[in-house]
Design a protein around this ligand. Structure first.
Ligand SMILES: [Zn+2]
Length: 257
C-alpha cells in the first residue's frame, strides 16, 4: 500500500486551511440579525460564531478523550486530549484528575494560547503547559494527545526511538519516531511540563512534525498530534500498535534494521 502523505490530507499546507477558517469566521461576523431589518450587525454574530465554535470544540475534544478509553490507551485518569480552534485562538483540554466516566463537553477546560483559563470550574490537565507550547511551536496541528499507553511508554522508558521497520509504521509515521533527551534536573526545577515541550521541539529540529506526528518523551510516555483531536487520538492508537509490533519484530530478529 502506498504511504499516506500527511501533508496532502492531514494538514493545511501553507496555512491555506487556517486562512479558510478565518474567512468562515469573518463571513459569520457579517451574518444577518434575524430580529432586525436584515442589516448586518457588528459584534452579535461574532459572539454567536464564538459560542458555536466553542461548543463544537468542547464536543470534539470530549469525544476524542472518550475514544482513548475505547481504544484501551488509558487506565484510571492517565492520559489527556486537547483540541484547538485557531480562528478563535482557544484550546479545550480534559480537566485534571477527573475520571473518564465523569467527563462531559461542559467540563472541558477552555484556555487561550498563553495557557490562561478562559472558561471552566475545574483545573486543566497537569500536562497543559506541554500541550499549549506544542500548539505555539507547531502551527499546523489542531489536536494533541498524551497517554501512558503500554507499548509506546515501554519504548519511552527505555529511552529508545522507535525504528521504522515496515509499511505499517511508514503509512502513518514517515521515519523513526524520535525519543527526546532525558530531561535535566535543572529543567525539572524550572518547569517540568513546559520543559517537556522544549525537549519535544528540540527532538524535531531536523524532523518535519507534519510527517512524523508522534514523539516519545524519555522516561515518561508518548505525545501525538494531528489536524484535529480525533486524528491525534488515531495516531496515538496506531503508535501503540506499531510500538508493540516493533518490539516483537526485534525479539524475533534482534539484528533487523
Ligand atoms: Zn504523563
Amino acid at each position: 500500500m502506498a504511504a499516506k502523505n500527511p501533508r496532502s490530507t492531514a494538514y493545511s499546507p501553507n496555512g491555506r486551511g487556517l486562512r479558510a477558517e478565518r474567512v468562515v469566521a469573518h463571513s459569520r461576523t457579517t451574518a444577518l440579525n434575524p430580529r432586525s431589518t436584515g442589516v448586518p450587525v457588528r459584534g452579535i454574530p461574532r459572539t454567536v460564531a464564538r459560542t458555536r465554535g466553542l461548543q463544537r470544540l468542547r464536543e470534539e475534544t470530549y469525544k476524542a478523550n472518550m475514544r482513548l478509553v475505547e481504544h484501551g490507551l488509558v487506565v484510571a485518569t492517565f492520559g489527556n486530549v486537547s483540541g484547538i480552534d485557531r480562528s478563535l485562538g482557544l484550546i479545550a483540554i480534559k480537566p485534571s484528575g477527573v475520571d473518564y466516566a465523569e467527563l462531559s463537553p461542559s467540563n472541558m477546560v477552555i484556555l487561550d494560547l498563553d495557557g490562561k483559563k478562559v472558561e471552566g470550574d475545574l483545573n486543566p490537565s497537569s500536562d497543559t503547559k506541554t500541550h499549549v507550547r506544542l500548539y505555539r511551536e507547531f502551527p499546523e496541528i489542531g489536536g494533541v494527545v498524551h497517554t501512558h499507553s503500554r507499548h509506546a511508554t515501554a519504548w519511552a522508558q527505555a529511552c529508545r526511538p522507535l525504528p521504522c521497520l515496515g509499511t505499517t509504521h511508514a503509512d502513518y509515521f514517515h521515519g523513526p519516531i524520535p525519543c527526546t533527551a532525558v530531561i535535566s534536573d535543572a529543567q525539572i526545577a524550572l518547569d517540568y511540563e513546559e520543559q517537556t515541550a522544549v525537549q519535544i521541539v528540540d527532538a524535531f529540529r531536523t524532523i518535519d512534525y507534519r510527517a512524523v506526528p508522534a514523539v516519545l518523551v524519555a522516561s515518561h510516555g508518548p505525545f501525538t498530534w494531528g489536524k484535529d483531536a480525533a486524528e491525534a487520538v488515531y495516531h496515538a492508537f496506531i503508535l501503540d500498535y506499531v510500538a508493540d509490533m516493533t518490539a516483537r519484530t526485534m525479539l524475533i530478529n534482534p539484528r533487523v534494521k
